[in-house]
Design a protein. Structure first.
Ligand code: PHE
Length: 458
């Protein structure tokens, strides 16, 4: 086994700090920004059920696998997979799975920082009272106006990226762990306050029906693919993150328990976000399928009308920025770990280089969201913009494919002596985990893909 001290990074001081950091990486824009709008676009209740099933039966076992590989391999995502492959006496080429993950994480980060930049811009809008007494139309106009200024979007996302580069360059220090310790609970409290307010003042009954009464006729195969992709996205799976965070994990922490806590916290935040947003959507006759702008076009209506809305609104967007920030750090970390270990760059050089490339890549999303014609592409007679292509490819194709390969690797290639030694869970849980990795995840993901590309039809 590889000694902890051989790890080329710092490692988490204890179970709590690991759980907080990994929860920080998992909880982010995916929960508060993305989950509500894709739920809105995919018909509500049935989508939520499929998503929950994906989290429980595939997401949690997959998180356990990734953390296990990271902790055993104690290196960057690709090298950790390679070390496990060597230890199990199978081809080192499996390391490609780790690299694919890191690449996917990198693509995700290129649009993630732009949306995080929106959240940062909205802190200042909330603070300067821009939402006060605005109706739905006024808030929508504010958002459209915001998107139309690419230069501003570039500044905001550059600010997020710069802060990310600095923190990652310095190493994930106590400061960050401490920030997360307070920011996360505070964010949940603010979400509860917002959900309570919008529940009382908005249309809570329709929201409950929309979110929890499944209507399977609204579910398409594409929605199931999106639900599966999102379960990976929201838990930060198949993107190198959990491999990287696992590599800093002390030996005596339970992988199973921490994975369960992280997934539970992540799911609670996502559902709370839905409960905060949809009552406002329905009481203002807005469309649940409004797309990526949904939270920016709804929550400000509530903040503009509730007592103390300037304070709550500002705090809310500050928390959203922090939630996003703990994910951007995680996303940058895996590419930096690679550059440091393989190209012998210093952490500062690696973070700066990575940051510059990302900043450049983020321009495609910025201009795509502000509607620049060169960012629109025709595919099969439909017009798509670069941002949605990037998001769809990374989240719904690359993440599940990475997950599929990882599942086959740990389910069929890694020896059970290694997985049992690392997971150290009860025989029943071990059997469920193995069943998911050996059969359920590979079969479910493969069938979905074959269905999506029209090879099989259920
Ligand atoms: N899980 C993060 C979120 O929900 C996003 C993310 C994806 C972070 C992949 C790291 C890796 O916002």
């Amino acid at each position: 086994m590889i000694n902890l001290k051989q790890s080329q990074h710092e490692y988490w001081s204890n179970s709590l700090t690991y759980t907080l950091a990994a929860t920080g990486a998992a909880v982010g824009l995916g929960n508060i920004w993305k989950f509500p709008y894709i739920m809105g676009e995919n018909g509500g209740g049935a989508f939520v059920l499929v998503y929950l099933a994906c989290v429980v039966f595939i997401g949690i076992p997959m998180m356990m696998s990734e953390v296990m590989i990271g902790r055993r391999g104690r290196s960057n995502p690709g090298t950790s997979v390679k070390r496990l492959a060597q230890e199990s006496k199978v081809s080192s080429r499996w390391q490609a799975v780790g690299w694919l993950g890191a690449l996917t994480g990198y693509l995700i980060l290129s649009f993630y920082i732009v949306i995080a930049g929106w959240a940062l811009a909205y802190v200042f809008k909330a603070l300067s009272g821009d939402f006060i007494s605005q109706d739905a139309a006024g808030i929508e106009a504010l958002f459209v106006e915001h998107l139309k200024r690419p230069m501003q979007l570039i500044y905001w996302s550059a600010a997020i990226l710069t802060a990310t580069v600095i923190v990652v360059a310095k190493g994930v220090q106590r400061g960050l762990e401490r920030t997360i310790k307070y920011a996360m609970p505070l964010m949940i409290i603010l979400l509860v306050i917002t959900a309570l307010y919008s529940g009382f003042s908005g249309d809570f009954v329709t929201t409950l029906e929309f979110m929890f009464k499944p209507d399977f006729s609204k579910l398409t195969i594409n929605s199931v693919v999106i639900a599966l992709g999102h379960s990976f996205f929201t838990l930060s799976l198949a993107s190198g993150i959990m491999l990287a965070y696992g590599s800093y994990m002390p030996q005596d922490i339970s992988i199973y328990k921490t994975s369960l806590y992280i997934a539970a916290a992540d799911t609670i935040v996502a559902l709370l976000a839905g409960l905060a947003i949809f009552p406002i959507v329905f009481s203002n006759n807005l469309a649940p399928s409004a797309g990526p702008g949904l939270i920016f076009q709804t929550l400000p209506i509530a903040f503009g009308q509730m007592p103390g809305g300037v304070l709550f609104g500002t705090l809310f967007f500050v928390m959203l920025v922090i939630a996003a920030f703990t994910s951007t750090i995680a996303l940058l970390e895996s590419s930096v770990a690679y550059l440091v270990e393989h190209w012998s760059l210093s952490r500062w050089q690696a973070s700066t280089l990575s940051g510059l490339v990302l900043w450049f890549m983020s321009l495609a999303t910025v201009f795509s969201l502000s509607g620049a014609p060169w960012t629109q592409l025709e595919i099969n007679g439909h017009s798509y913009h670069i941002f949605s292509i990037l998001d769809y490819t990374a989240s719904n194709i690359m993440l599940p494919i990475g997950g599929l390969l990882l599942a086959i690797f740990v389910g069929w290639r890694v020896t059970s002596a290694i997985s049992q030694a690392e997971l150290k869970c009860t025989p029943l849980i071990y059997r469920i985990w193995l069943m998911s990795m050996k059969w359920l995840a590979p079969i479910a993901i493969s069938i979905l893909f074959l269905q999506l590309i029209g090879v099989v039809s259920l």
